[in-house]
Design a protein. Structure first.
Ligand code: 13P
Ligand code: SF4
Length: 306
């Protein structure tokens, strides 16, 4: 693929700064195309930890860059803009969480990686949408507080033993939760051959209609391996760029024009260039918070895979 002038300039600056550029699956296409690695949020942070690059330009939202800063404090993590919040991560305030923990003594807190470092630091263990069921099962607890995503919590409750009570939090991703069952039913009527894959952040009525429920990385794997040729993708539209690129010949539809994460779409090539030239905006986590947040992430990583 030919790079544009701006993309070439980014590649030159990455080399000059001994930097690596990581992009989330929801990023705009020109950002994905020039990045060293495109992936889900945890995949990118783990890649950040492995690289010998000194600088990481993280193209995603704030909590994702923060996770990279938690995992690799010796590296410079740059987030090219300051307005990249995630409504789901921001739905938990630490004081509210502390109050809820007091009401639920001894109940383990399982926190989705879509959360701030300060909230991870108050949690027993983290999870992703790909491993949430496995993480809860690993705890052998009869009650678990899951945050922040209520839809993910309800999904986990359906896939873990009835003897485990999942206490959810009032948090949602507006992008995924906004997708309606009516939209899916309409879309399916127009594309009867298509397989519908949903992200667990979608609401339960939408999940009930899904042929498969997967995290973003799980969706990419699913469409690659499936014999089906046509898919309806129940997550943010940015992922369709990678699906089409990696699966020529297969057809991908987004069921709603509202499946767009605004903060993800704010990132421009110009922002990335300025970040590299001006070393901005550095994401750091106070050491006392970082160490406790890291513990929650590491506990998750220690949960054996099936
Ligand atoms: P992943 O962790 O699967 O990349 O998803 C992140 C996200 O923001 C989902 O909305
Ligand atoms: Fe946050 Fe939703 Fe955007 Fe994911 S899609 S980053 S959960 S607002």
């Amino acid at each position: 693929m030919e790079f544009t002038f701006q993309q070439q300039e980014i590649r030159q600056w990455l080399e000059r700064r001994r930097a690596i550029m990581l992009a989330h699956n929801y990023q705009p296409a020109p950002i994905q195309d020039v990045a060293d690695l495109v992936g889900d949020s945890l995949e990118l942070s783990l890649a950040a930890a492995k690289t010998d690059a000194e600088v990481i330009v993280f193209c995603g939202v704030h909590f994702m860059a923060e996770t990279a800063a938690i995992i690799c404090p010796e590296k410079t993590v740059l987030l090219p803009r300051t307005d990249l919040g995630c409504c789901l991560a921001e739905s938990v305030k630490v004081d509210k969480l502390l109050a809820r923990k007091e009401e639920l003594p001894g109940v383990p807190v399982v926190t989705y990686v879509n959360s701030t470092a300060a909230v991870k630091a108050e949690s027993d263990i983290c999870c992703t949408s790909a491993n949430a069921v496995r993480v809860v099962n690993s705890l052998t607890a009869s009650r678990v507080l899951m945050l922040p995503d209520q839809n993910l919590g309800l999904y986990v409750a359906r896939h873990t033993p009835k003897s485990v009570e999942i206490i959810t939090w009032e948090g949602w991703c507006n992008v995924h939760d906004g997708l309606s069952a009516e939209e899916i039913l309409e879309f399916r009527e127009a594309h009867p051959q298509a397989v519908f894959i949903a992200h667990p952040e979608c609401n339960p009525e939408v999940l009930d209609l899904a042929d498969a429920i997967r995290s973003t990385s799980g969706m990419l794997q699913y469409v690659h391996e499936a014999a089906a040729q046509e898919f309806i993708i129940g997550t943010e539209q940015g992922i369709l760029h990678r699906m089409r690129k990696e699966n020529p010949g297969k057809v991908f539809h987004s069921p709603s024009r509202r499946l767009i994460c605004r903060p993800m779409k704010r990132m421009t090539l110009g922002d990335v260039l300025s970040a590299l030239k001006e070393n901005r905006y550095q994401v750091t986590v106070p050491e006392e918070i970082r160490l406790r947040a890291l513990q929650a992430v590491e506990r998750m990583l220690a949960v054996p895979r099936d």
